[in-house]
Design a protein around this ligand. Sequence first.
Ligand SMILES: NC(=O)c1ccc[n+]([C@@H]2O[C@H](COP(=O)([O-])OP(=O)(O)OC[C@H]3O[C@@H](n4cnc5c(N)ncnc54)[C@H](OP(=O)(O)O)[C@@H]3O)[C@@H](O)[C@H]2O)c1
Length: 300
Amino acid sequence: MKAITYGEHGGPEVLRLDEAAEPHAGPGQVRLKVVAAAVNPIDYKIRNGWMPPQMTPALPTIPGLEAAGVVDEVGEGVTGVSVGGEVLAWTVTGAYAEYALATEFAPKPAGLDWDTAAALPVAVETSNRVLDALEVGANETVLVHGAAGVVGAVGVQLAVARGATVIGTASPGNHDYLRSLGAIPVAYGDGVADRVRAAAPHGVDAVFDAAGQGDLEVSIELRGSTDRIVTIADPRAAELGVTFSAGGGPFGAQLAEYARLAADGKLGVRVARSLPLADAAQAQELVATGHAGGKVVLRP
Ligand SMILES: NC(=O)c1ccc[n+]([C@@H]2O[C@H](COP(=O)([O-])OP(=O)(O)OC[C@H]3O[C@@H](n4cnc5c(N)ncnc54)[C@H](OP(=O)(O)O)[C@@H]3O)[C@@H](O)[C@H]2O)c1
């Protein structure tokens, strides 16, 4: 099969469009003929060799964590899906390929386009996990850093759906987008604490750092402690005593629910670019700018 592979850590130039062995569905797995594979920041972080050993696959490897496609093999013990079913999935083999295996997947509603479907799994799993860890409830005020990012924007929408008031940091060009999601936008950078206080005079009850760009000290200052602050991306979390949340766990049922909401127009994810598989290096470079303006998707 065609796949993007790399055999050494390094810049985008290590990525190659190559022939790779097709994976086959084992027990509990389905195989997807990938229609769209989404690019995540962790893909270039792993490629650069920046992630800890337990999150770094052996080389050579195929990057990519999430995809949408058509099931063409169903492993032993899998129920609820058959060959020909259209799904979105968190993949257990690299998603930047013609075929990928998955254990966590959900039916793709007919009204949901392929690119948006591929963009959902990581963002909804992460946002829901963090909002649960923060125990965000109705009538609370939540600060989301990086609120216009793919994960942050889903976090905003899910927090608003829980009845929270959401303040989101983003660059000014994204403020109308944040308003459209139901958040109160503030610019990040110098003076952000004062801008948040002006937007939330009674304080913030919880902080979701979906940017990982050095906003933890200001978050601790705003909260008055490290309590109810979770980051998904700041490497200084442990040093500052803040909870770092990393992914995992079964979430297929949850994914099905959010896919239906997305198909009904009640949950949105911006897709910034949809590129051919061969343009994986360009796609990862765009994501690495930190300002792609939405998900970047590859089409095998
Ligand atoms: N631990 C986990 O489970 C997990 C899961 C998924 C993702 N992540 C990590 O979470 C991060 C975000 O992922 P993503 O896919 O949402 O990325 P993304 O779509 O590229 O979003 C990044 C966002 O960060 C914002 N930003 C840049 N500099 C900022 C600053 N100084 N302060 C506040 N916001 C700033 C950007 O806002 P503007 O464009 O408005 O400037 C952009 O919207 C990545 O580091 C990723 O690796 C972790």
